[in-house]
Write a protein that binds this ligand. Sequence first.
Ligand code: NAD
Length: 288
Amino acid sequence: MATFDNKVVIITGCSSGIGLATTLLFLDRHAKVFGIDVSPFKHEITEAQQSAFGFHQTDLTAPKASEEAVAACIAKYGPKIDVLVNCAGITDAWSSADTLKDSEWERVMMINLTVPVRLMTAVLPSMKEHKAGAIVNVCSKAGSAGAAAGIAYTTSKHGLVCFGEFIVTLVAFPGRPLCRDSYINQVGATKNAAWRFHTENIRCNAVLPGGVHTNIHKSMNMECFDQAGYAAFSRPIFMLHVAKDEEGQPKPVIEPNDVARGIAFLASDEAKMISGALLPVDAAWSTI
Ligand SMILES: NC(=O)c1ccc[n+]([C@@H]2O[C@H](COP(=O)([O-])OP(=O)(O)OC[C@H]3O[C@@H](n4cnc5c(N)ncnc54)[C@H](O)[C@@H]3O)[C@@H](O)[C@H]2O)c1
């Protein structure tokens, strides 16, 4: 089992769900964790863990919030940042292209895509200076498929992953050299960062969870709820994937800790030659 002795790990969305499970796992494995969340951190941690945990409460979508959060981490733990876990995120309300409101698009894209990229920008000077670093982006099955969420969430997670577009670009422009900016810009944030910094010992990977038992449903803006979108995607697709209880109601099988273990693996030295990988944590949902 990988440990993170004396490693400094920034985790966004640390107050709930996958981010909370990841925080507790990294603390168990001896990391110094700098957690960031807009919501208060209410989980009780042990006295031993307290000295290795710093909490920074901020709305990461605010201007300058990402760089201020990283500066606060450096002020607490020093200039070396070893790991960034981009986990904070929200879900959309199943809007499709025919019902989407600008406000819903902007709200979802900002925290799910813009903020993770801003945080990468903010930690890279430290990782480059120390010639090491690991970034793990929490994407989604919705980052590799079109039928798992509304249009805003799907696009935000594809932006963080964007594997399909890379293949399309290769096929459409077979003669063009891979290092051209026009190519790289279309690969998506995880793969772009993985390639760009692979000679500097900085890795970037993603986990793609299926449906996980968390509080994410509370982030849905019900004023934007699209019943037709929900009916088209949720019932036929989601119901295929989840286990059912005796009454046929969905029963989540993936727990936040299952995703946390995938994140920890990708962030650890056990994955030191793995970069640009998209790891499904979805009990085989990715196979359909
Ligand atoms: N739950 C699932 O089924 C599922 C599936 C695939 C991917 N994911 C992804 O996992 C990640 C974590 O989600 P979760 O399921 O644990 O949900 P969650 O709601 O339990 O946790 C998300 C956390 O992010 C924080 N957050 C939201 N907006 C923020 C902001 N503007 N600034 C700072 N913090 C903010 C919330 O306060 C919350 O603590 C998200 O990126 C989500 O898209 C979740």
